[in-house]
Design a protein around this ligand. Structure first.
Ligand code: DHB
Ligand code: FE
Length: 282
């Protein structure tokens, strides 16, 4: 059977992808941020997943404000990357696993999550930045990847609670797949940030750090926050952190903490990394 070995939270901002392309990892501005990913890369090498499910929001590349699903899943064997305006280098395409995607879609719909199924998805920086952070040192992507897209752009957005519940259903979907696959889930986005308006640039370190602790040990606490409360505390784009809850819901409630790291600022955001590992089932 397929097994979720663990999950990683990560920022997905385009400045990170550009810094990697330009080889700036050792520059003073970036070093501490990138150092925070070394234990993640070591853990991924150790657990050696077959598939990564990347939970991210599209930023106007594949979906736009005229048509935007609340939750969508890629059901293709290949995903192409394109840049929607950040000057990012286009990365090599990603192998998908359409069979697993369709299984997940069917299971989620049967668990009352009405997914949009996409046989074509162009993936943007929200997807490629995490993939490059984890595996740019490989000659080719070492895993198959599945995009799971959450609307964090066009209000009304799904609630934190709904995202957590989607994760719980996603966990059941993956673990009912008959093939022996090791699956890792990336919850991308966050933490504090706001890109426009009077509060542009807001960063709330105390709230970010509280969210990281709750995320690890008491994720239910986060599900009681309203989207308004999250945006008041963390900025309008800080709402991206609800996508972490999809990853957290898919993992065991007492998953093991492997690594945590917080760095601020990267661009105008707080960047949080958490690696959680599921316990082996007896
Ligand atoms: C930035 C942050 C994002 O989440 C994003 O999608 C694009 C840009 C930024 O802070 O620059
Ligand atoms: Fe974003």
């Amino acid at each position: 059977m397929a097994r979720i070995i663990g999950g990683v939270t990560t920022s997905h901002i385009p400045a990170i992808a550009n810094a990697m392309t330009q080889g700036l990892e050792q520059e003073p501005y970036w070093k501490r941020f990138f150092d925070g990913y070394e234990p993640v890369k070591e853990w991924l090498t150790k657990v050696d997943p077959d598939v990564a499910i990347v939970v991210y929001n599209d930023h106007g590349l594949n979906f736009f404000l005229n048509q935007i699903p609340t939750f969508a899943i890629g059901c293709a064997d290949r995903y192409e990357n394109a840049d929607e305006g950040w000057g990012l280098k286009t990365l090599a395409s990603f192998d998908g696993d359409a069979e697993l995607s369709w299984h997940i879609a069917e299971s989620l719909v049967n668990q009352n999550f009405d997914m949009t199924m996409c046989q074509e998805v162009l993936v943007d920086h929200g997807f490629i930045t995490p993939m490059a952070l984890m595996w740019r040192h490989f000659p080719k992507w070492p895993v198959k990847a599945i995009p799971l897209v959450v609307n964090t752009v066009q209000h009304p957005l799904p609630t934190a609670k709904r995202c957590y519940q989607l994760g719980q259903a996603l966990g059941k979907a993956i673990e009912s797949y008959p093939e022996d696959l090791k699956v890792v889930i990336f919850g991308t986005g966050g933490m504090s940030h706001q890109l426009q308006g009077e509060r542009a640039g807001i960063i709330n370190v105390d709230f970010d750090l509280l969210c990281i602790e709750k995320f690890i040990d008491d994720p239910e606490w986060l599900t009681h926050l309203s989207n308004d409360e999250i945006m008041q505390q963390a900025g309008t784009e800080g709402i991206e952190t609800i996508m972490w809850l999809v990853m957290r819901g898919a993992l065991q409630p007492k998953a093991k903490l492997i690594h945590k790291h917080y760095h601020v600022p990267i661009s105008n955001t707080g960047a949080g990394v958490v690696v959680l590992e599921n316990m082996e089932k007896q």
